[in-house]
Design a protein around this ligand. Structure first.
Ligand SMILES: [Zn+2]
Length: 420
């Protein structure tokens, strides 16, 4: 047996004082000198082989990050479990397993990640977070790192902050030409309330930013109230909301209205007060756009009425509703058969499916009359406005996705709601 002193690093040893000698029989290690640099030795022992190349832990993590960037992943998860470490990445909203790592190598990876993020490698029992910059030939990526102690060890998540597509233009969102025209008309009006709606992860933020990009001309004073500010756009006054510090949507919206705005974007309407001020702003000559969480376009009306906003004010202010979902695009190379280019997923990238409603006079009358939801939907279909389900299914006809993917998106909902 090699009787050489070995540095190891775990919670037990971490409680000892620096420089203290610690003996462990269980680990078959004779003597351990407690050293806060110990984790670096774990790191030094790490070796793995990928495609015939032997990688140390630094190279291995670079490899994992590069793979994630290639797949346009948004997050990478390093998850300790009873038999080691699982590495997964989130691509187009779905987690995909990338690797399983032996327990011995797991601590090296976690420690190396913490060093990259400038976190305290000795602290394993408290959550930590920070940022790091990953520099490659083609550019730098800002990465947010966070740790949380689980029963099997520290879990680390890396989130790419700037590995997002550039701000999309309106015509890159996946709207039909009619929908695009209607949306531009809504945005060209001097006032009114435009609401983008859909569940979490349906692409609402992407649509809001595309609208901002469209409206971002020198004649417009644009103020946004966001939580969080996800992308910075030159020429726009973006305000980060801090509800915990007392800077709520409602409070910042009142302040924004004193700033001579033409256009106000509110990240999300979460309460009656914000909804009420937003409607007031739209009625006093401002173009306001925001988001709500509802299943389809017509439900926006009932949601606002449920918030106890007077129907006549909703009717007067509301100029447009855009409901949406995201559908995964079938891989161009393998058409869904799974290939190396799509990482054996069969899909690569996503597009939006939309229901775009330009609120007209008869629809406003239906709002004032408090008609039930199904009647609002019936009116929209009678006007030839395709439902979300139709918009989703159209993506198959256009060869952009598969029947299965559409069924997945639709089955996620109460199917009836989308159909009517
Ligand atoms: Zn493919």
């Amino acid at each position: 047996m090699n009787r050489q002193a070995v540095f190891v690093f775990d919670a037990e040893i971490n409680q000892k004082k620096e420089g203290e000698t610690y003996v462990s029989e269980e680990r078959n290690i004779i003597q351990i000198r407690v050293n806060k640099e110990i984790a670096r030795n774990d790191i030094n022992r790490f070796r793995t082989s990928i495609g015939g190349m032997v990688l140390d832990v630094v190279a291995y993590i670079v490899h994992i990050l590069n793979e994630a960037l290639k797949r346009r992943a948004s997050d990478i998860h390093f998850e300790p479990h009873s038999k080691g470490l699982r590495i997964r990445q989130r691509v187009d909203g779905f987690l995909v397993e990338v690797a399983q790592v032996k327990p011995n190598d797991a601590s090296a990876i976690i420690s190396r990640l913490k060093i990259m993020g400038n976190l305290d490698i000795g602290e394993k029992r408290m959550p930590q977070d920070g940022t790091l910059t990953f520099t490659q030939l083609e550019g730098s990526y800002d990465v947010r790192i966070s740790t949380i102690p689980t029963i099997h060890g520290e879990k680390v998540v890396l989130r790419f902050i700037k590995n997002r597509p550039e701000v999309n233009s309106l015509n890159d969102l996946g709207m039909s030409s009619t929908q695009l025209e209607q949306t531009e008309r809504l945005l060209n009006r001097a006032s009114g309330l435009v609401i983008v709606t859909g569940p979490t992860g349906s692409g609402k933020t992407t649509t809001l930013y595309a609208m901002l990009k469209y409206l971002n001309v020198v004649e417009n004073n644009i103020i946004t109230l966001e939580d969080p500010v996800e992308l910075q756009i030159e020429g726009i006054n973006q305000v980060q909301i801090h509800p915990k510090a007392g800077l709520t949507f409602a409070k910042s919206l009142r302040a924004a209205l004193r700033q001579d705005p033409d256009i106000i974007m509110i990240g999300e309407i979460r309460d009656r007060e914000t909804a009420d001020i937003a409607i007031g702003a739209a009625l006093t000559g401002h173009l306001v756009f925001t988001t709500l969480h509802t299943s389809d376009g017509a439900s926006v009306v009932t949601r606002l009425l449920d918030m106890n906003i007077e129907a006549y004010r909703v009717a007067a202010a509301l100029s447009g509703i855009i409901a949406q979902r995201l559908v995964r695009l079938v891989c161009k190379h393998c058409k869904g058969d799974r290939c190396s280019s799509c990482g054996n997923i069969g899909y690569a990238g996503r597009t939006g499916a939309f229901e775009v409603i330009a609120v007209d006079e008869p629809f406003k009358e239906l709002i004032v009359d408090h008609v039930p939801l199904y009647q609002l939907r019936k009116y929209l279909r009678s006007q030839g406005i395709p439902s979300l389900k139709e918009a989703i299914m159209r993506k198959v006809d256009e060869g952009l996705t598969t029947q299965n993917e559409c069924m997945r998106v639709i089955n996620d909902e109460e199917e009836k709601i989308l159909e009517v």
